[in-house]
Write a new protein. Structure first.
Length: 454
C-alpha cells in the first residue's frame, strides 16, 4: 500500500500509523518485526504463549478506530514502539463482565452490592475482606473509581511506593501484635495486585516492580498464615512467593522466603527439610553478597534444623557461625525483613534450639535474658521467648519461673496480641503445669490460660 493510499484512508488510527512511519517501516515489515519480538519474549518467559501478528491484523489496527488489543498484543506494541497502548491511538474499552469500582456506590453491575470489578463468583468470596480494606484505607489509588482511561494508565511510581509501604506496615504490625488478624488484609492487597497485573500490560520497570511487590505480599501472607497456624496455606503462599521471586531474579526475596520455609519446617519437626531450605537460602544469599545480619539469620536457621535432628555438635558449629556474623553489626544493606534479628531474638532462637536438644538450664538462662530485653515493637517475639522460657522452666522443675513467664505472656495476650502460634505454645505449658495445680499460683495462672487460650 502506498503512502498516499494510507493517508487517504478515513477513520484510521493516525497515531499508530505515525509511529510506524517514524521507524520508516512498511506494514508488512512491522508485522514481521512484531512476530519476531513475540518469539523472543515467549522464550524469555514474558509472554505465556506463542503469538504472531499477521499483516492483515496489523493493517486492521491502522485502518480503523481499533478496539483495545489483547493484552499480549498490547505488550508487543508497547515494547516495539516504546509508547503506551493509549498513546498509539487505541481506545480502551470496558469488558462486559466488569463494572467500574465505585467506592461511594452501593451496587456493582451484578446487583450484588459488592464493590469489586470481578466476576460474581470471585466477589462472593472476597468482597468482605476488600470492603474492610477499602473502609480502612479509602485514599489508596487502586481503590478509587476505575474508568477506562484510568485503567489504561495503570499504577505509577507513587502508587508502587504506596504498595511497598503497605507491605512494610503489615510486617511491622505483625511484629507487634502477631499475624492472625493480618491474613485477610494481606490477601486483599494481593488480589488487587493480581488484578492490576491481569488487567493491563506495563513498561518493563513498572511490571517488574509490581511482580516483585506481589512476591513481597505473598511471602508476608505466608508468614501471617504460619503465625496463625494455618500451615497448609502458609506452605502454598511460600511456594508462590518463591516462584515470584525467582521469576524476577530477586535473590534477596528468594532468600527471605527460603528462610521462612526453613523455620516452618522446624516448627513442623521436619529437620531434613529445614536444613535443605536453610542451605538453599544460603546459596541465594551468596548471589547478592548478603550482609552479615542475613548470614547470621541463615546460620541460625541451619542450627535450628540441626536441633530438630538432634545433632548437637552441628548445632554448636552453626550457632557459633551465627554469632560471629551477628557480631559484625548492622549495615546500610540490611533488608527490612532481617531487622527483627536483634540480640534478644538471637538469644531466643538459640534458647529454643537448646530447649529442643534438652539443654533446659542453658535454655532457661538464654530465654530469660531474651524476654527481659526484647523491645516493645517486637512483642510477639517476646511472647514466644516467654512461652519457650515457661516450657523450659517446667522441664527444669523451676515452676516459679514458669508461672512468672506465663503471667508475662498473658499480659501481652490480653493487651491484644493475636498469634495462634504463640498461644499454642502457651497451651503446651498449661498442660505441663497440670501436675502442679495444687499450688495457688499455678492454679491462678492456669485459669488465666484457660480464659485466654482455651
Amino acid at each position: 500500500m502506498s503512502h498516499n493510499q494510507e493517508s487517504a484512508r478515513e477513520g484510521g488510527n493516525d497515531r499508530l500509523r505515525q509511529a510506524r512511519r517514524l521507524k520508516r517501516l512498511t506494514q508488512e515489515a512491522v508485522a514481521h518485526e512484531l512476530t519476531d519480538l513475540a518469539e523472543r519474549l515467549h522464550a524469555a518467559g514474558e509472554l505465556p504463549r506463542r503469538t504472531s501478528i499477521s499483516v492483515r491484523q496489523y493493517r486492521r489496527w491502522e485502518s480503523m478506530s481499533s478496539r483495545w488489543p489483547h493484552k499480549d498484543h498490547r505488550l508487543l506494541l508497547e515494547r516495539f514502539f516504546g509508547q503506551s497502548t493509549a498513546a498509539l491511538g487505541f481506545a480502551p474499552h470496558q469488558p462486559e463482565d466488569r463494572a467500574p469500582l465505585e467506592m461511594s456506590g452501593d451496587r456493582d453491575a451484578t446487583g450484588s452490592g459488592n464493590l469489586l470489578p470481578m466476576r460474581r463468583r470471585t466477589v462472593l468470596t472476597t468482597g468482605a475482606a476488600l470492603g474492610l480494606m477499602a473502609a480502612a484505607q479509602p485514599g489508596l489509588p487502586w481503590l478509587t473509581t476505575v474508568t477506562p482511561d484510568q485503567e489504561s494508565a495503570g499504577p505509577g511510581r507513587q502508587e508502587l511506593e504506596l504498595l511497598r509501604q503497605s507491605a512494610l506496615n503489615l510486617d511491622a504490625i505483625d511484629q507487634r501484635y502477631g499475624g492472625d488478624q493480618l491474613v485477610a488484609t494481606a490477601r486483599a492487597h494481593l488480589m488487587w495486585i493480581g488484578q492490576l497485573l491481569e488487567r493491563d500490560t506495563y513498561p518493563d520497570g513498572i511490571a517488574r516492580d509490581l511482580r516483585g511487590i506481589a512476591g513481597q505480599f505473598t511471602i508476608s501472607l505466608g508468614w501471617f498464615c504460619y503465625d496463625a497456624d494455618q500451615q497448609g496455606s502458609a506452605r502454598m503462599h511460600y511456594a508462590d512467593g518463591l516462584s515470584a521471586a525467582l521469576s524476577v531474579n530477586d535473590n534477596p526475596l528468594a532468600t527471605r522466603v527460603l528462610s521462612n520455609m526453613a523455620l516452618q519446617s522446624v516448627h513442623l519437626d521436619k529437620g531434613r527439610e529445614a536444613l535443605k531450605f536453610a542451605r538453599l537460602a544460603q546459596v541465594c544469599a551468596d548471589e547478592w553478597a548478603a550482609p552479615p545480619r542475613v548470614i547470621a539469620l541463615l546460620a541460625v536457621r541451619e542450627a535450628q534444623a540441626f536441633a530438630v535432628l538432634g545433632d548437637e555438635p552441628a548445632f554448636q558449629r552453626a550457632i557459633r557461625r551465627a554469632w560471629t556474623a551477628f557480631d559484625l553489626d548492622v549495615t546500610d544493606r540490611d533488608p527490612h525483613w532481617a531487622a527483627f534479628l536483634n540480640p534478644a531474638e538471637m538469644k531466643t532462637l538459640e534458647g529454643a534450639g537448646r530447649l529442643t536438644l534438652g539443654q533446659y538450664a542453658h535454655a532457661v538462662r538464654l530465654l530469660a535474658e531474651a524476654a527481659e530485653s526484647q523491645p516493645l515493637e517486637y512483642s510477639r517475639n517476646r511472647v514466644m521467648a516467654l512461652g519457650n522460657l515457661a516450657h523450659a522452666a517446667v522441664k527444669a522443675d523451676d515452676i516459679d519461673r514458669a508461672v512468672e513467664a506465663v503471667a508475662g505472656s498473658l499480659d501481652l495476650v490480653e493487651s491484644g496480641l493475636s498469634s495462634t502460634r504463640a498461644k499454642r505454645r502457651l497451651a503446651e505449658v498449661r498442660d505441663g503445669l497440670t501436675p502442679y495445680r495444687a499450688s495457688g499460683q499455678v492454679r491462678e495462672v492456669t485459669e488465666r490460660l484457660i480464659a485466654n487460650i482455651a
